[in-house]
Design a protein around this ligand. Structure first.
Ligand SMILES: Nc1ncnc2c1ncn2[C@@H]1O[C@H](COP(=O)(O)OP(=O)(O)OP(=O)(O)O)[C@@H](O)[C@H]1O
Length: 241
């Protein structure tokens, strides 16, 4: 079988002496997208932090494109193609949209034209300053900036959080298209399971730092009883989404 893009094997990790992740294993095939789901405090953000090298790994290995990166320093992981869009958006307020994008650009398939293709609204706003953007536009810019660094794996931590429903729709369309991009793998941490499952190929559900479910996103989205059991997603929430 082909080497997965990313594989966690029995990873136990946390902050200081306390373990938050407890024996996490999963594999993400090349070019595919993964939803990381779980209730508050389940360890979703910690999983991303661990992938970026910001936690202490006590046991297990993390492999990226066939290389063991468990002990690699965070800046070297970024250089190896891991692109992180933090939960708090990191946009330069005194630069225009286009300057924000150009300043982080690295050579590769993602350039201004391709990024604007995914986010037409950013093309329209390209001369606006970072501090003149709405929350949704800032989030689009944060994702677009990560793309301009030409990552091979894009990590998105709750990209829709706190945004108005109309922007969520536009952003969700763009993220879904990114998740389909064959030259990019993506991991989406998202509080709204139905939304996340609708944009990804694979899903894992965490509970108290352990993987309690792993499988196809579409199959999980179609199984209301399982969703309810794993995440307490009631009918109201399903209808709302
Ligand atoms: N910097 C930190 N230092 C110590 N403990 C932390 C730190 N960050 C998170 N934790 C703890 O790790 C556990 C998992 O938190 P984490 O943020 O990974 O969960 P989450 O699933 O992303 O939650 P949420 O959906 O609420 O964002 C929690 O018990 C939290 O208190």
């Amino acid at each position: 079988m082909a080497e997965p893009a990313l594989a966690f094997d029995g990873v136990t990790a946390g902050y200081g002496a306390a373990a938050v992740l407890d024996g996490i294993s999963f594999a993400l095939p090349q070019g595919q997208s993964l939803a990381v789901l779980g209730r508050n405090g389940a360890g979703k953000t910690t999983l991303l932090e661990t992938l970026m090298g910001n936690t202490r790994v006590a046991r297990g290995t993390i492999r990226w494109q066939g290389h063991d990166i468990t002990a690699l320093a965070p800046h070297r992981r970024a250089r190896a193609g891991l692109g992180w869009v933090p939960q708090e958006r990191a946009v330069f307020p005194s630069l225009t949209v286009e300057e924000n994008l150009r300043v982080v650009a690295r050579a590769g398939p993602w350039n201004l034209q391709r990024v604007y293709g995914f986010f037409p609204r950013l093309r329209e706003r390209r001369r606006h300053y970072g501090n003149q953007l709405s929350g949704g536009e800032q989030q689009m810019l944060a994702i677009a900036r990560a793309l301009m660094t030409n990552p091979r794996l894009l990590l998105l931590d709750e990209p829709m959080e706190g945004l108005a429903p109309t922007v969520v729709e536009e952003l969700a369309r763009a993220v879904r298209a990114l998740c389909e991009a064959e030259d990019l793998a993506s991991i989406v941490v998202e509080q709204q399971p139905v939304l996340a499952l609708g944009m990804t190929h694979q899903a894992i559900v965490l509970e108290r730092g352990q993987v309690v479910h792993a499988g196809d996103s579409r199959a999980l989205a179609a199984d209301a009883a399982l969703l309810e059991r794993l995440l307490g997603v009631g009918l109201t929430k399903m209808l709302f989404n």
